[in-house]
Design a protein around this ligand. Structure first.
Ligand SMILES: Nc1nc2c(c(=O)[nH]1)N[C@H]1C(S)=C(S)[C@@H](COP(=O)(O)OP(=O)(O)OC[C@H]3O[C@@H](n4cnc5c(=O)[nH]c(N)nc54)[C@H](O)[C@@H]3O)O[C@H]1N2
Ligand SMILES: Nc1nc2c(c(=O)[nH]1)N[C@H]1C(S)=C(S)[C@@H](COP(=O)(O)OP(=O)(O)OC[C@H]3O[C@@H](n4cnc5c(=O)[nH]c(N)nc54)[C@H](O)[C@@H]3O)O[C@H]1N2
Ligand code: SF4
Ligand SMILES: [Mo]
Length: 757
């Protein structure tokens, strides 16, 4: 047994350091009886959504979590948390935690417990054989926006620089790829410009394809704290909880957003409410854009979107006349067949009205997973570590210099996107796949096809907290991973805030942190020396700081983990110069003292809430933002006589997380949401099909079927159905179409039929 493995597996006593493990029996599967009184409290950022709330974790004398409360001093959540946050410790104690490595026995066909040594040998043996026989690019990984930044970076560096992989991607493709590409093309860097304070500072907030009441409840609480009597507009085909709380709901035809947004640009131009000075000083491409939107007349837009001309008029008034307008978007935009241009149509509206860089403004993409932002910067998939470009020799040389490795080890191009990786598996070009903290056999689009493809793999490794995920069940090898709270590291939230996750529980059995697993694999693979200085998550953080230096995301001014914790999280950019000027005076700061909340706090308040572009300077070489646009295209799969409904999918409740992987383990959360798949249908459609609420129905598409319980409600329009994505059957129905720029799947529209069972 290698000494590092031995250390990891036998360190069962002493203080809570990074990667120690304990047998579940030692502490009752990760949970300490609640009757123990806490002796200390620490603060840690929640590991579910990208809001990045901080939770006060109350600890026993061994430094283990007993229970938690929301952190009242953290600038994000101000003492609030949603049901998932309150229950975030519970999934750690689930009985189906993976507690040993599992290897599929060739004789029985079953997964059986093996030692870590055997597992590592199986990993390297199978993967190195595949590379010998089919070339280095016959291996790929699919990872996640739900592990800490240091783990993502180590994985990306290990796979590409150490193991010679080219094709790597993550579930961030399903989620944020569109925002990443849209910002990069428009602003010159993937940079959501806002700070959460903007929710409170706006005169008008437009939510486009976003349902924050369900998906980002604490952000919604920040909207509710707005004292400016704001107009709140929700553009969503469904009358969601958020739409019902809005001052104006615009139930447009699904995927007609691009036409609507171009129509609004047309109206703003024809009314002369464009901020010409801002446009002239800080952007390029406006003249071409203005000519392009000339065709998007109110009559045409109303006909194509289903939004009446009077509503278009009201929308144009809100955007054109209100002093501070913020535009927010999420998956109703990102998951579409023309998603990137739609996101950019939102950016265009903010640019042409000068709604950027000022309090309460912005073209603001709300992120999904707790660390999707980290994966955009450090996943090493589309961008080279730190937001650099694989295609640029000088970027490669720079990164190689910091990491002290041969620049030739850095690929000179980005590899395949998620869908292209699956296609390559289908063709037999990729033979081995490593899946980390995501569940493609539930969450990927058009499941029947996806599963058939995964079944073709010579070797499938799944690294997960649970051996019961849909993908883990199909794996040849399962590596048991520690989860949130059982390890430390940094998450970056939607407003670019780096927050700290603390180790407050010991992983059960032989489960190890993803960081420790990657280090063991590096050693077993024979490239451990390359990662010698990546000793621990915090040592790795210091390396990532260097990679960020000089980039728009520069956070080299952050000293260490303690600095992040003391400051209540720190938003990038935070350069060394920022750190110096903050220490000396507040004068160089981009935020007025009047904007600072929490006057009692001793923490340096000035670095708590910052937004980008207050100087109107963007990240392209000419420092100007771009107007980007394309003509709208028809729906990839429109409804027709045989499949007369359009199926929308999305989040069902604030208590359900994705595949249910973690939230289903909590009895409290299970009580807060339906435990069976439901399908929402309009009363008129239900009556026509003789369907009543509570009836068992079958929803069919050209690709598969799903059984569900009907929920008759006028929150969906006629001709449309809605199903929550938390049940695996939903993606048996979805149609695999992709945005051409971001390659993000268009999960939110496909043609289906519905009938009583
Ligand atoms: N409780 C909970 N919270 C979560 C998550 C979770 O699983 N559960 N997941 C997190 C993640 S990873 C993400 S990415 C976010 C997602 O957060 P959201 O994007 O807010 O959630 P969704 O329900 O996926 O989609 C938002 C809305 O898009 C609408 N929509 C569908 N088609 C269209 C269209 O063509 N145009 C417009 N304008 N709207 C459309 C849907 O009706 C839906 O109400 O949530 C995060 N937060
Ligand atoms: N139809 C439809 N499909 C969708 C969507 C939609 O709106 N409609 N939304 C898409 C979006 S936006 C997203 S983000 C995806 C999400 O889809 P997935 O990423 O597949 O869903 P999760 O349930 O979050 O899966 C995370 C997995 O990681 C494991 N895990 C958690 N923490 C750790 C850890 O620290 N280490 C390791 N190794 N494992 C861990 C969990 O046990 C779980 O199995 O779904 C997409 N699919
Ligand atoms: S809103 Fe998001 S970050 Fe905050 S407690 Fe809920 S799941 Fe956690
Ligand atoms: Mo997501």
């Amino acid at each position: 047994m290698s000494s590092s493995l031995e250390n990891l597996l036998h360190a069962r006593t002493g203080p809570m350091t990074s990667d120690m493990v304990l047998h579940p029996a030692d502490f009752g599967l990760g949970h300490v009886p609640a009757r123990l009184n806490p002796v200390a409290t620490t603060s840690s950022v929640c590991g579910f959504c990208s809001t990045g709330c901080a939770l006060k974790i109350h600890l026993n004398e061994k430094g283990e979590a007993i229970n938690l409360t929301a952190d009242p001093h953290y600038p994000v959540n101000l003492g609030m948390a949603c049901p998932k946050g309150w229950e975030v410790l519970t999934p750690l104690a689930a009985p189906d935690r993976a507690i040993t490595p599992l290897l599929r026995d060739p004789h029985t066909g079953e997964l059986a417990a093996v030692t870590w040594e055997r597992a590592l040998a199986a990993f390297t043996g199978n993967f190195q054989r595949i590379q010998r026989e089919h070339g280095p690019h016959a291996l790929a990984f699919l990872s996640t926006g739900q592990i800490v930044m240091e783990e993502m970076a180590l994985l990306g560096a290990l796979a590409k620089f150490g193991m010679g992989m080219l094709h790597v991607d993550s579930n961030t493709r399903q989620c944020m790829a569109t925002s990443h590409v849209a910002y990069k093309q428009s602003f010159g860097f993937d940079a959501p410009p806002f700070t959460y304070r903007d929710f409170e500072e706006s005169d008008a907030l437009l939510f486009i394809g976003a349902n924050p009441c369900i998906a980002h409840p604490i952000m919604w609480q920040r909207v509710m704290m707005n004292r400016r009597n704001p107009e709140i507009v929700v553009i969503d085909p469904r009358a969601t909880e958020t739409a019902q709380a809005a001052t104006l709901h615009v139930p447009l035809r699904p995927k007609s957003d691009l036409t609507l947004l171009y129509g609004l640009a047309h109206l703003l131009i024809s009314r002369g409410t464009v901020k010409r000075e801002f446009v002239a000083a800080h952007t390029t491409g406006f003249a071409g854009f203005a000519a392009f939107v000339r065709d998007f007349t109110p009559a045409r837009v109303a006909a194509e979107t289903g939004v009446p001309e009077t509503t278009l008029d009201r929308l144009a008034n809100i955007i054109g006349r209100r002093e501070r307008v913020s535009l927010w978007w999420t998956m109703g935009v990102n998951q579409g067949h023309e998603a990137t241009r739609t996101a950019q149509a939102i950016i265009n509206l903010a640019l042409m009205t000068g709604n950027i860089g000022r309090p309460g403004t912005g073209a603001n993409s709300i992120t999904g997973q707790c660390n999707a932002m980290g994966s955009r910067l450090f996943g090493n998939a589309t961008s080279l570590l730190g937001g650099y470009d694989f295609g640029s020799p000088s970027d490669r040389a720079h990164v190689a210099g910091i990491l002290r490795l041969d620049p030739a080890r850095i690929p000179d191009r980005a590899g395949y996107a998620y869908d292209q990786i699956l296609d390559a598996i289908d063709r037999g070009e990729i033979r081995g796949l490593w899946v980390i903290a995501t569940d493609p056999a539930h969450s990927w689009i058009n499941q029947t096809h996806a599963r058939a493809i995964l079944a073709k793999l010579d070797f499938l490794v799944v690294q997960d907290m649970y051996a019961t995920s849909e993908t883990a069940r199909a794996a040849h090898l399962v590596l048991p991973a520690a989860g949130w709270g059982e390890k430390e590291g940094v998450l970056i939230n939607s407003e670019r805030r780096l927050g700290l996750v603390k180790k407050v529980a010991r992983a059960p059995g032989q489960a190890l942190s993803d960081f420790a697993i990657f280090k063991l694999i590096a050693d077993a693979w024979g490239c451990g020396e390359m990662f010698r200085t990546w000793r621990s998550p915090e040592a790795t953080f210091q390396i990532l700081k260097e990679l960020s230096r000089g980039q728009p995301c520069d956070f080299s001014g952050i000293r260490d983990y303690a600095h992040i914790a003391d400051a209540g999280g720190i938003q990038w950019p935070f350069t060394s110069a920022d750190a110096d000027s903050l220490r000396i005076s507040d004068s160089g700061l981009r935020i007025a003292q009047s904007e600072i909340r929490d006057p009692q706090s001793e923490i340096k308040k000035t670095d708590r809430e910052r937004r980008l572009f207050s100087d109107g300077k963007f990240y392209h070489a000419d420092r100007r933002a771009r107007f980007l646009f394309d003509p709208p295209r028809p729906l990839p799969e429109a409804s027709d006589a045989k499949y007369p409904f359009l199926l929308l999918t999305g989040r069902g409740s604030s208590a359900q997380w994705h595949t249910g992987s973690r939230t289903d383990k909590s009895a409290v959360l299970r009580k807060l949401a339906p435990t069976v798949l439901t399908v929402e249908i309009h009363p008129a459609d239900a009556a026509a099909a003789s369907i009543a609420s509570g009836d068992r129905v079958v929803v069919r598409s050209r690709r598969g079927t799903a059984e569900a319980i009907a929920l008759v409600t006028a929150t969906v329009q006629t001709g449309q159905l809605f199903m929550p994505m938390h049940f695996a059957a939903v993606n048996r129905l979805t149609f695999a179409a992709f945005d051409p720029h971001s390659r993000q799947p268009a999960y939110k529209a496909c043609a289906v039929a519905i009938a009583p069972e």
